[in-house]
Design a protein around this ligand. Structure first.
Ligand code: NAD
Length: 249
């Protein structure tokens, strides 16, 4: 018996084949959940959904557009009957220094990571309120906690810190409605966002800061998302859970 039997989930930014969203979608599916994979490109989202099994759907949704999120939520309710879980995973990063950030950089990074999380949540909250139940899992980052890293600029740290504040505020406001909201702070995880951009020196420097001595796998983050989306975490809300191999110890 799976941990999410009979449940349904929306996962944003989940079409990237090696990404955290796709790994989470796969694990949720293995636990009996019907998953809607949302991403910028409809064909890639549909391909990713087909890849994890027959019961799932892929939809185009740019989370920076509230209308896209509303339309996706309506389509998922029509297809699955209800929405139990939203994983706000879509994200982008830019490796800029503080003085190099232009207004367009700030807007791009804040819009996907933070405004996108707000948009997708607002699109689903009325439905969850009606059902008096729901779970949000919002993807933040170790960059929010320690102020950047090799890949994320200060605007990425600010966006991901914003995700933490938003998650806690959502948890507080929505708890009376039976809705939980938690955040995951992944450390250095091997996905497309991090691969191909590393010199051997950068990799050595990163691994030296990880007590467990290895990069995380997408499945490490998916396991945490499964915990936060399932009844195993029934009394957990407003938390930020570190998945970072001990990077902050
Ligand atoms: P990824 O680049 O593999 O996947 C991100 C996905 O988001 C892509 O499929 C992309 O198409 C999608 N996306 C981008 N803009 C979008 C938009 N406007 N609307 C909808 N989808 C959009 O990245 P990943 O490593 O799987 O990261 C997933 C999440 O985890 C991100 O929020 C990222 O910031 C966060 N994170 C990753 C790491 C890491 O080390 N990989 C660490 C900390 C946090």
């Amino acid at each position: 018996m799976g941990l999410l039997e009979g449940q349904t989930a929306i996962i944003t930014g989940a079409a990237s084949p090696r990404g955290l969203g796709k790994a989470t979608a796969r694990l949720f599916a293995e636990h009996g959940c019907k998953v809607a994979i949302l991403d910028l490109d409809a064909a890639l989202a549909e391909e990713a959904a087909a890849d994890i099994g027959e019961a799932h759907i892929g939809l185009a949704c740019d989370v920076t557009r509230r209308a896209d999120c509303d339309a996706a939520a309506a389509t998922v309710i029509e297809a699955f009957g209800h929405i139990d879980i939203v994983v706000n995973n879509a994200g982008i990063t830019q490796p800029l220094k503080i003085m190099d950030i232009r207004h367009e950089n700030y807007d791009a990074v804040l819009d996907v990571n933070l405004l996108g999380t707000l948009h997708m949540s607002q699109a689903v909250i009325p439905h969850m309120r009606e059902r008096k139940s729901g779970k949000f899992v919002n993807m933040s980052s170790v960059s929010a906690q320690r102020g950047g890293g090799i890949f994320g600029g200060p605007h990425y740290s600010a966006a991901k810190a914003g995700v933490l504040g938003l998650t806690k505020a959502m948890a507080r406001e929505l708890a009376p409605d039976g809705i939980r909201a938690n955040a995951i702070c992944p450390g250095f995880i091997a996905t497309d966002i991090t691969q191909g951009k590393l010199t051997p020196e950068m990799k050595e420097q990163i691994l030296a800061g990880i007590p467990m001595g290895r990069a995380g796998e997408a499945s490490d983050v998916a396991g945490c998302a499964l915990f936060l989306a399932s009844e195993l975490s029934s009394y957990v809300t407003g938390s930020e859970v570190d998945v970072n191999g001990g990077s902050l110890i």
